[in-house]
Design a protein around this ligand. Structure first.
Ligand code: G3I
Length: 315
C-alpha cells in the first residue's frame, strides 16, 4: 500500500515529532513511524533541561538513542530546539550577570550543535521568540541579553555546524497576522545583517473547523526573502467528542497545510507533532480537546491521513 513517505516529492521531507522511548520499545509505533515518515523531530529529547540537567553534566542518552534509531531507519533528524524561553534548566539563574548568561547560552548551543554535526540536518535555533503583537517576547534572554541574543544564537550554531540549516520557529504565524508580520520583519532584518537564518518554521498547532488566513500567500512572502520554509509541528485538535464531521474538517485542514507547503518551491519539510492520538501532547495541555493526529489511539489511519495520501496522489 502507498505510504506518505513513498508518495512525498523527493525534495520535501515528511516528518513526525517522536518520543524516543516509544520508538525503541513499541513495535506498532515504530512500524507506522518508519513506513510513513522519512524524518523525525525529537519531541523533547533535545531540550536543554534534558541535555544538561545540572551545570556541566550532560546527558545524551535519550537523544543519542533516538538519533541512532532514526539513522538506522533512513530518517533525517530535525533538531528541536536550542533556545526556547520555556525550556531553560532550573539551574540557570536570571540574577546572573549578562556575561555569565551569555556564556552559558553560547556553551549550550555550541556543545549541542557540535555533538550532532552531520547528524542533524536542521535546527530550530530559536523557538517562539515573538509575542502576539509581533514584538519580541519577554523572556530571560531578552531581559538578560537584549535582542542581539537571536543573532548570536544563529552565529554560534552556524560556526558549530556550517552545513546545518538554521531555522527560526514559531506558532500562530501560519496565516497572515500581526505576529506573522512581526516575524517577517525580524527575518528580513536578520538577513539584511548577514545573520545565518536559513529557514522559517511554522508550527501550525491548529483547531479543526478553522483555517489560517492565506497560509499559501504567507509562506510565499517568507520564501521571497530567500529563506526556506517548513511546517514544523502540525496538529489539528478537535473539540471532544469526536464526530464524523469534525474528522472531515480535520482532514481538510491537514490537506490544506500540505497543499500550502507543496505550493512553495522552498518548502523543505512537512512535520506533524505526533502521529498518533495515543501519545499526543494535546490531551494533557488542552482540556476538552483531543484526537489531533493522523492515526487514532489504536493506530488506525484517520480520514486526515487519507486526505494527505489523496493530495499526494493527485497533484
Ligand atoms: O517524562 C516525564 C515523565 O517522566 C513524568 O512522569 C511526567 C510528569 O509531568 O512528565 C514527563 O515529562 C513531560 C514531557 O512532556 C514528556 O511527556 C513534561 O512534564 C512536559 O512538560 C513535556 O511537555 C512537552 C512540552 O513541549 C514542554 O516541553 C510536550 O511533550 C511537547 O509536545 C511540547 O512541544 C512543544 C514544542 O516543544 C514547542 N512548540 C509547542 C509544542 C507543544 O506545546
Amino acid at each position: 500500500a502507498p505510504t506518505l513517505r513513498n508518495l512525498m516529492p523527493a525534495n520535501v521531507r515528511i516528518g513526525a515529532a517522536v518520543d524516543g522511548r516509544l520508538y525503541a520499545a513499541d513495535a506498532r509505533y515504530r512500524d507506522t513511524l518508519t513506513s510513513d515518515f522519512n524524518a523525525v523531530t525529537p519531541e523533547n529529547a533535545l531540550k536543554w533541561p534534558i541535555l544538561q540537567p545540572e551545570p556541566g553534566r550532560y546527558d545524551w542518552t535519550a537523544s543519542d538513542e533516538l538519533i541512532e534509531l532514526a539513522r538506522a531507519n533512513g530518517q533525517a533528524v530535525y533538531g528541536h530546539t536550542l533556545v526556547w524561553h520555556s525550556s531553560v534548566p532550573s539551574w540557570v539563574s536570571e540574577s546572573w550577570s549578562r556575561e555569565r548568561l551569555r556564556s552559558v547560552l553560547r556553551e549550550h548551543v555550541q556543545t549541542t550543535v557540535t555533538r550532532y554535526r552531520g547528524k542533524i540536518w536542521a535546527w530550530d535555533v530559536v523557538n517562539e521568540v515573538l509575542a502576539e503583537d509581533g514584538k519580541l517576547r519577554d523572556s530571560i534572554w531578552l531581559r538578560g541579553l537584549g535582542p542581539t541574543y537571536i543573532a548570536d544564537a544563529f552565529r554560534w550554531a552556524h560556526e558549530a555546524d556550517p552545513d546545518a540549516r538554521l531555522f527560526i520557529n514559531d506558532y500562530g504565524v501560519e496565516g497572515r497576522s500581526r505576529k506573522a508580520d512581526g516575524l517577517f520583519k525580524l527575518v528580513r532584518e536578520l538577513r539584511a545583517q548577514g545573520v545565518p537564518v536559513h529557514g522559517v518554521g511554522f508550527q501550525a498547532h491548529l483547531r479543526a473547523g478553522t483555517a489560517p488566513n492565506d497560509a499559501t500567500g504567507n509562506l510565499r512572502r517568507f520564501a521571497a526573502l530567500g529563506v526556506s520554509v517548513a511546517i514544523t509541528e502540525l496538529d489539528v485538535r478537535i473539540a471532544l467528542p469526536v464526530s464524523t464531521e469534525k474528522l472531515l474538517d480535520q482532514a481538510l485542514l491537514y490537506q490544506h497545510m500540505l497543499r500550502a507547503c507543496l505550493a512553495v518551491p522552498t518548502c523543505e519539510s512537512f512535520t506533524v507533532w505526533g502521529f498518533t492520538d495515543a501519545s499526543s501532547w494535546i490531551t494533557s495541555h488542552y482540556p476538552g480537546y483531543g484526537a489531533a493526529c493522523l492515526y487514532d489511539s489504536d493506530m488506525k489511519p484517520k480520514p486526515a491521513r487519507d486526505a494527505l495520501l489523496h493530495e499526494l496522489r493527485t497533484r
